[in-house]
Design a binder for this molecule. Structure first.
Ligand code: ADP
Ligand code: MG
Length: 675
């Protein structure tokens, strides 16, 4: 069980909750059974016990009837044993799953018991998830129920002490912990089951909100470097090298950052801004602020392509002022790497851009004052924490994300951070026109793209990436590429191609051909998803769009509409699309508002696999669902804040249970790395 379900202790068992219940308080009539029936419980008289077949195919059959009809029962295993224990003409109660064979209903391997006036009809029977392997070894749902039942026979109320203070229970209408656990496994009524579920969800959310609130409290007390001057570099850049006028939102965010970094407390700020809203310039100005105050700064991105792009962008901006910038990724090796590491250690190199190669232990900074993290959702909370150890005081941290994060998720994932939002796009942008086109319209689509190219525009064509099969991806990309070459023959058009496993040098050369405008078309997999910036590109064609998630589609669409020209996003699908995919595509066609799309995405998919939450380990709730339970989330957040106001260090005797839970939980998640 340990390997299969991660259950090693009694406690794990207690927290392996049933995912549903069979309501065994009710008896069904045989005549009620229809094609939709799943499980039934029937009381009736057993007749026609007989054996069929022989050897391995031997099986036992019997019929049970009540006053409305009859149904066949089947046993493929244990026939001899069953036969010995069943008697024709006796009354039995039978429970099991209904299936049908040639239109006739039957119940295979039912639970069967003699039925008389003393028979206890079980209440709600828990159903646990098990695995194929465990079932094969006889650990069925039924045995789970038995183990848990016997656990509850041994466990006394005082063995499961309350962890929440009494006043909290009454204030929020929560039942005690012992009953919550008992009723979750063996509810004696639906009301109790709901009460129990409510209590345990509340506890889960409360503990997570409390961890976040404590972290935030810790942040507000964590001393940081004081950036008290806006110096020469910042001003020189602002006055002489700024490529455009900052938007109001960009100015506001910069002001927030300046205020944060001037207090002497470490900044932990999340900068949310939709694709193309202009976060890079904010990062660059923040870096200048750090340099002006005598510190080093780094910027971290999740992929090589992205860090390269940032490197090019940032070094061309800072290069004008003679500030050297270097790129450090996993593929930077040998002498170059040595040089960079030495420069960072002795402080001669002041700005470095890179991937997570930057947080490796052997990267030592002389005085890192600011870390900008782009596209945060791919970095775990723990990785963020590692950065803090790079200096005697932790650097200020600016986390940037282009994925608008719905409020409930932000509260859970980034509740410890201050939040800035760039809610205004740079001027002159036109809304991207988005359309859904099916395969049969391909010719018109290609015609349209040719026209765009002849106007001097560039085009992205993106193919999906199936993580499970890189080989298939590669093949479908190549097949696509050949197709594109047929539509756009190479004596007239220049096509560049990039994909995940391409050799780094080749990838770079191809990207460069597109960025410089030499190539008209970039054929790619989702490697271009985030951050790539080619303002002249006006069409984003997404092949097999039904296979992309909403946030991915949104990210991809954000690659166009970056210049002054009208841009288009064309979502190509097969002629037939599933309802779910169609819904996603409709959302994309109807709005370009990243927050709306994110909310829709969260509602459709749930938080389980959004934004890399799996890696972060922060959202592993057993019962709670931050979308459906957003009301509870709000309630627990307030409760957590109230508690910390009363007792910031949780030293009060009544809070020791909570304190225990916090440490316990922290050990099981990435949170432990933070403190
Ligand atoms: P993102 O927020 O997606 O990282 P970028 O920082 O890459 O966006 O900016 C997108 C594009 O908008 C870039 O070409 C950038 O130069 C341009 N840009 C950013 N801010 C402004 C502004 N205030 N006025 C005009 N163009 C801007
Ligand atoms: Mg960006």
């Amino acid at each position: 069980m340990r390997q299969e379900l991660g259950i090693a202790t009694f406690e794990d068992l207690l927290f392996h909750f049933p995912y549903r219940y069979f309501d065994r308080t009710k008896l069904n009539k045989i005549a009620e059974i229809n094609a939709q029936t799943e499980y039934v419980q029937i009381a009736g008289i057993l007749i026609n016990i007989g054996e069929e077949g022989d050897g391995r195919k031997r099986r036992l059959t019997a019929t049970i009837y009540d006053d409305t009809g009859r149904i066949e029962l089947l046993w493929f295993q244990g026939a001899t044993y069953m036969k010995k224990n069943l008697r024709e003409g006796d009354r039995y109660i039978v429970f099991g799953k209904v299936s049908s064979f040639n239109g006739i209903f039957n119940i295979a391997h039912p639970e069967i018991e003699a039925y008389n006036s003393e028979t206890n009809i079980p209440g709600m029977q828990p159903v646990y998830s098990t695995t194929e392997k465990l079932r094969a070894r006889g650990v069925t749902n039924r045995s789970f129920a038995k183990i848990t039942q016997s656990l509850f026979e041994k466990v006394k109320r005082h063995d499961i002490p309350e962890i929440l203070p009494g006043p909290m229970l009454s204030k929020y209408g929560l039942c005690d912990r012992y009953h919550a656990l008992l009723w979750l496994h063996f509810p004696d009524s639906e009301q109790h089951e709901q009460l129990a579920r409510h209590r345990m969800k509340w506890e889960e959310l409360f503990i997570s909100q409390l961890m976040i609130a404590r972290l935030r409290l810790q942040h507000t007390q964590q001393h940081g470097w004081r950036f008290d001057k806006v110096g020469d570099l910042f001003n020189d850049f602002y006055n002489n090298h700024m490529p455009f006028q900052l938007t109001g939102a960009q100015k506001r965010v910069l002001k927030e950052i300046r205020q944060d970094t001037a207090t002497g407390i470490q900044m932990n700020r999340l900068l949310q801004g939709d694709v193309g809203s202009g976060k890079t310039i904010v990062a660059v100005m923040s870096i200048l602020l750090a340099l002006d105050n005598g510190f080093q700064a780094c910027m971290m991105a999740p992929t090589e392509i992205l860090s390269q792009q940032h490197y090019q962008g940032v070094s061309s901006l800072l290069g004008k002022m003679g500030i050297p910038v270097r790129l450090l990724t996993g593929s930077v090796k040998g002498k170059e790497r040595k040089e960079i590491l030495a420069g960072l250690a002795d402080g001669t190199l002041r700005v470095v851009i890179g991937t997570h190669a930057l947080i490796e232990d052997n990267v030592v900074f002389k005085n890192l004052g600011l870390a900008v993290i782009d596209e945060q959702h791919r970095f775990g909370v723990g990785q963020r924490a590692r950065l803090w150890k790079k200096n005697e005081l932790p650097p200020h941290v600016l986390v940037m994300t282009a994925t608008p994060i719905p409020r409930t998720l932000a509260m859970t994932l980034y509740g410890d951070l201050e939040i800035s939002v760039i809610d205004e796009l740079p001027p002159g942008r036109q809304e991207i026109k988005t359309v859904h086109r099916k395969d049969m319209a391909r010719m018109q689509v290609m015609e349209f793209m040719r026209k765009e190219i002849h106007k001097g525009r560039q085009i992205y064509i993106v193919y999906p990436l199936i993580e499970e099969s890189e080989k298939m991806d590669y093949e479908s990309l190549m097949a696509g590429y050949e197709q594109v070459k047929v539509w756009f023959p190479d004596n007239q058009y220049k096509i560049a191609m990039v994909y995940g496993r391409q050799e780094a040098g080749e990838k770079e050369r191809n990207m460069a051909r597109f960025v410089s405008g030499e190539a008209n078309i970039l054929v790619a997999t989702t490697v271009i998803e985030v951050g790539v910036n080619v303002p002249n590109a006006s069409v984003m064609l997404i092949e097999s769009a039904e296979r992309f998630g909403l946030s991915q589609l949104h990210q991809l669409r954000g690659r166009v509409g970056r210049g002054a020209e009208q841009s288009y996003c064309i979502l190509m699908t097969g002629n037939k699309v599933s309802e779910e995919s169609f819904k996603r595509i409709q959302i994309m066609v109807s709005t370009t508002d990243g927050f709306k799309i994110a909310e829709a995405d969260l509602a459709m998919r749930g938080p389980g696999d959004m934004y890399g939450t799996k890696q972060s380990g922060v959202l592993k709730f057993k019962l709670a669902d931050i979308v459906q339970d957003s009301g509870l989330l709000d309630e627990t957040r307030v409760a957590a804040q109230e508690l910390l106001t009363q007792d910031p260090s949780l030293t009060h005797p009544a809070h020791q249970g909570i304190r225990y839970m916090l440490t316990h939980q922290a050990q099981q998640s990435h949170w432990s790395k933070i403190s």
